[in-house]
Design a protein around this ligand. Structure first.
Ligand code: F2R
Ligand code: MG
Ligand code: MG
Length: 304
């Protein structure tokens, strides 16, 4: 199983990074979502952002240690952070504190006047971790929490990560079993892993009631990430992933057309869907999209 874990996590990382890099092209003024629908791709290279940089650290840590060690992950996030990758303002501060010696629990708890961050940054990087734990949604949820807490102390920020990891775990399991998960079952299983009093939980439950509705209507109802919070991002992304789990390009197009925090909605959806479809082949991450994406850092592709 160790090789399988790495393959699943790497496929999810490919899907996440292509979604991030392609999605962020639509922040460029004048670039229109219908270009993508018409098959007109932005000119390469598609540069990836903070979503991919942090996801690479998660995968590198899993490959090196076989699990999340929160102390190591915090240092990896802090020292590998290239500030020009478009990090959130809370994340910039938390990572600077960690880099200068503040313990991560203190740094994360200090964000947003002591509330902790409920930004979508813990959810955006975690799909490969879910794929790694294809054999256990319980373990995926527990490790997602450990990976989230180093930067996101707010319960909704953590819940967003748990929800995405459980969805990716189920997607990867279905791939191994040759199964096609029913969207309602997938969303109900994700909701079951969350605190029923939380907003992310409520959003995922609501997503299950909107299956079959047009994506634009669902984005209006659930949010498209324009507030950059987990609550405003994760329910819609899991609706897209559950609905289009077999079709990576269509899932990414749905994110681009919905607008909002497109690098991150496409990263979450891309990572979760690619855990199921893999790379290349029918419904998978297209090879030409992968080639157009800026190469990933050497420390994740060829670890020492
Ligand atoms: N930061 C961005 N996008 C805006 C800048 C784009 C850049 N100029 C460009 O063009 O490339 N994107 C990246 O940040 C998001 C992930 O954010 P993360 O890591 O969670 O950071 P942060 O700052 O902790 O939270 C993000 C926002 O969420 C709101 N928020 C968080 N906690 C809050 C709280 N307790 N109360 C109220 N609001 C809270 C704030 O608005 C934060 O700024 C991804 O989109 C990634 O792509
Ligand atoms: Mg980003
Ligand atoms: Mg974003």
């Amino acid at each position: 199983f160790p090789d399988t874990r790495l393959t699943l996590a790497r496929d999810a990382l490919a899907g996440l990074s292509v979604g991030d890099a392609l999605g962020s092209q639509f922040f460029v003024p004048g670039r229109r979502p219908d270009d993508l629908a018409a098959g007109r791709l932005p000119a390469p290279p598609w540069e990836w952002t903070d979503d991919t940089e942090m996801a690479c650290s998660v995968v590198a840590e899993l490959a090196a240690a076989g699990r999340i060690d929160s102390d190591r992950l915090a240092l990896a996030f802090a020292h590998r952070c290239e500030p020009y990758r478009g990090y959130g303002p809370g994340a910039v501060t938390v990572l600077r504190l960690i880099r200068t010696g503040t313990p991560w629990p203190v740094a994360a708890a200090s964000a947003f006047d002591g509330q902790g961050s409920c930004g979508n940054g813990a959810a955006m990087r975690v799909a490969p971790l879910g794929a790694w734990y294809a054999d256990s949604t319980r373990r995926a949820a527990e490790q997602a929490r450990a990976s989230a807490e180093v930067t996101h102390a707010h319960p909704e920020g953590v819940a967003g990560a748990v929800a995405v990891a459980v969805a990716a775990s189920l997607a990867a399991r279905a791939r191994l079993d040759g199964d096609r998960p029913e969207p309602a079952r997938l969303l109900t299983a994700v909701a079951g892993a969350l605190d029923p009093a939380g907003e992310v939980h409520r959003g995922v439950r609501r997503a299950a009631t909107l299956l079959g509705h047009p994506a634009a209507e669902v984005a209006d109802a659930l949010g498209n990430g324009s507030r950059v919070t987990a609550q405003d991002t994760v329910p819609f992304t899991l609706w897209v992933a559950a609905t289009l789990l077999h079709d990576y390009p269509a899932a990414i197009r749905a994110c681009v057309e919905a607008g909002g925090d497109v690098d991150t909605t496409a990263a979450i959806v891309g990572g979760t869907v690619a855990a199921y479809t893999g790379v290349g082949g029918p419904g998978g991450v297209p090879e030409d999209w992968l080639t157009a994406r800026e190469p990933l850092p050497g420390w994740v592709t060829t670890p020492a």
